[in-house]
Design a protein around this ligand. Structure first.
Ligand code: AP5
Ligand code: MG
Length: 217
C-alpha cells in the first residue's frame, strides 16, 4: 500500500500515520521527522534546513525531493505512508514522475480536513518526544506520566516551530504552497477527503474504513 496523507500543520497527519503503520505494516515516511533527525545529528542537510523550518517556510524542493526519493527507495515491500511530502506542486510532479518510471504509483491520497481554530488548539497543546518522535497533546492525548514519553521516559518538549508566531507563518505557507497540491491530485486522480476535526479514534476509524476498502478487505 502506497498512500499520501495531506493536511494542514497540526491536522493530525503524524498521529494517524502511527496508526496506519500499526495496522497495515507499512513504513511511515515523514519529511518533517526526517529533517528533525538530520538536525539532531548535525548533518549538512540538517544545517541547510534549519532556518527554513524555524521561520515556518519550506525547505527548497531540490533538497526535499532527493531526501524523500532516498527514503522511498528503502521502503519495505508492504509500502509506505507519506506525511508532509509532497508539499508543493513541483514536489508532487517530481514524485509522480519518479514513481511512474518504477511502475509503482500512489494508491490513494487522503486529505485531512480540519478548521483553523482546531488546528491552533492542537498545535499549541502538542508535546513531542525528542528521542523517538512520539506525539502527545496536553488535553487530547496525554502521556501516562505527565511530561514523559510512554515509550522511553524522555522529557517531552514543545516543538520550536509550535510557537504562535511560527504557527501563523506555517499556516500561511500551507495555504499558499501546499493547498494547491490537493487540487493537483484532484485533477490527476482520486483524493479521499476525510473530516478530521473529531477525536483521534473517530478520525482513525474513518481512515481505516477508507484504507480497508482500498486494500480490498
Ligand atoms: P512537519 O513536521 O511536516 O510539520 P507540519 O506539516 O506542519 O505538520 P505537523 O507535524 O505540525 O502536524 P501533524 O499534521 O503531523 O499533526 P500531529 O499528528 O502532530 O514539517 C515541519 C517543517 O519541516 C515545515 O514547516 C518545513 O519547514 C519542513 N518541511 C517538512 N516537509 C517539507 C517538504 N515536503 N517540503 C519543504 N519543507 C518541508 O497532531 C498535532 C497535535 O494534535 C498533537 O498534539 C496531537 O496529539 C493532536 N491531535 C491529532 N489528531 C487529533 C484529533 N483527531 N483530535 C484531537 N487532537 C488531535
Ligand atoms: Mg507531523
Amino acid at each position: 500500500m502506497r498512500v499520501v496523507l495531506l493536511g494542514a500543520p497540526g491536522a493530525g497527519k503524524g498521529t494517524q500515520c502511527k496508526r496506519i503503520v500499526e495496522k497495515y505494516g507499512v513504513q511511515h515516511l515523514s519529511s518533517g521527522d526526517i529533517l528533525r533527525r538530520e538536525r539532531a545529528e548535525r548533518t549538512e542537510l540538517g544545517a541547510k534546513a534549519q532556518s527554513y523550518m524555524d521561520s515556518g517556510g519550506l525547505v527548497p524542493d531540490e533538497l526535499i525531493v532527493k531526501m524523500m526519493a532516498g527514503a522511498i527507495a528503502k521502503a519495505p515491500k508492504e509500502g509506505y505512508v507519506l506525511d508532509g511530502f509532497p508539499r508543493t506542486v513541483n514536489q508532487a510532479q517530481e514524485l509522480d514522475e519518479s514513481l511512474a518510471s518504477d511502475g509503482k504509483g500512489i494508491d490513494a491520497v487522503v486529505s485531512l480536513e480540519v478548521d483553523e481554530q482546531i488546528i491552533m488548539e492542537r498545535m499549541t497543546g502538542r508535546r513531542s518526544c525528542p528521542k523517538c518522535g512520539a506525539v502527545y497533546h496536553v488535553k487530547n492525548l496525554k502521556p501516562k506520566v505527565e511530561g514523559k514519553c510512554d515509550n522511553d521516559g524522555a522529557e517531552l518538549i514543545q516543538r520550536p516551530d509550535d510557537k504562535p508566531e511560527v504557527v501563523k507563518k506555517r499556516l500561511e505557507t500551507y495555504y499558499e504552497q501546499t493547498e494547491p497540491v490537493v487540487a493537483y491530485y484532484k485533477r490527476n486522480g482520486c483524493v479521499l477527503e476525510l473530516d478530521a476535526g473529531n477525536g483521534v479514534d473517530e478520525v482513525g476509524a474513518k481512515l481505516f474504513e477508507m484504507l480497508d476498502a482500498l486494500a480490498g478487505k
